[in-house]
Design a protein around this ligand. Structure first.
Ligand SMILES: NC(=O)c1ccc[n+]([C@@H]2O[C@H](COP(=O)([O-])OP(=O)(O)OC[C@H]3O[C@@H](n4cnc5c(N)ncnc54)[C@H](OP(=O)(O)O)[C@@H]3O)[C@@H](O)[C@H]2O)c1
Length: 249
């Protein structure tokens, strides 16, 4: 049997229309998993679907900050062996400019959505015993960058939630783990510039990169760790937070 074999496991990946979620979905399908992928952008989600290996995958377009769309997504789910929360946003705001609306927007998708989606999936009994839940945090919760107060706070909250979830679900053998990568080469941190090139979305993230002895990561670096946490090879691992990127403090 291949290492991190996911044959027949049914896995929901949010944020599968881009970046880490997209690459995770593709890798999971190569390992034999059956995907339910979700994202807001229909055409990019369809592109991910086309890149999946194997068949019988499902794609569901949903804006997860809209309650009806989240509820509708859960109603269409089969029983799951794995749940990967990749949907998220970043948005640099220096502390003195933070307003109530900025807090609501950041915490809504980065904290409330994974929490409410997990609750609803549990309530509807759609997570089988011995399944695995994976959350995305960031190395920045331990190593802050200028303007990252809201983003880092939303991710610190999800780290605490994940370890508590691990405790509450341990009797069912359901595991919960967090990944905390350093900067990863995805549209979250890069924007197109006029000559068709991409550049880091904001200056402070660019400066932050200087702290990276191993350089910027690729989405597949994170996807590999996600596959491990979903697989039976990690059956003895729960409540952890894997820091990735070789970032030295
Ligand atoms: N890239 C990094 O450097 C890095 C480092 C550490 C942690 N992370 C975390 O890793 C996760 C994935 O990041 P990424 O770099 O892959 O970002 P990305 O390429 O920008 O992808 C973000 C995904 O989230 C989805 N999303 C955003 N708002 C949504 C909403 N309201 N409803 C449903 N889906 C929504 C997007 O869907 P649409 O595109 O369809 O709108 C997209 O699929 C995030 O939680 C991020 O915080 C990223």
């Amino acid at each position: 049997m291949a290492f991190c074999d996911l044959t027949g496991k049914k896995i929901l990946v949010t944020g599968a229309s881009s970046g880490i979620g997209k690459h995770a979905a593709i890798l999971i399908s190569k390992q034999g998993g059956k995907l339910i992928i979700t994202g807001r952008d229909k055409s990019r989600l369809e592109e991910t679907l086309k890149e999946l290996s194997g068949d019988n995958h499902l794609s569901i377009v949903a804006d997860l900050v809209i309650e009806d769309e989240l509820v509708n997504l859960v109603s269409q789910l089969p029983k799951l062996d794995g749940l990967v929360h990749c949907a998220g946003i970043v948005g640099p705001t220096p502390v003195k400019f933070i307003r109530e609306n900025d807090i609501k927007k950041m915490l809504r998708i980065n904290f409330e959505v994974p929490v409410l989606l997990t609750s609803r999936i549990l309530l509807m009994k759609k997570l089988v015993d011995k399944s695995s839940v994976v959350f995305m945090s960031t190395v920045a919760t331990k190593m802050p960058y200028f303007g990252g107060a809201l983003y880092n706070s939303s991710k610190s909250a999800i780290e605490s939630y994940s370890s508590t979830l691990a405790l509450e679900l341990v009797k069912k053998g359901i595991r919960s783990n967090c990944l905390s990568p350093g900067l990863v080469n995805t549209p979250l941190i890069k924007k197109p510039v006029s000559d068709g090139q991409m550049e880091i979305v904001d200056e402070s993230l660019g400066r932050y990169l200087k702290k990276y002895p191993m350089g910027i990561g690729e989405p597949d670096d994170v996807a590999n760790a996600i596959a491990f946490f979903l697989s039976d090879e990690s059956r003895w691992v729960s409540g952890t937070n894997l820091v990735m990127g070789g970032v030295l403090q």
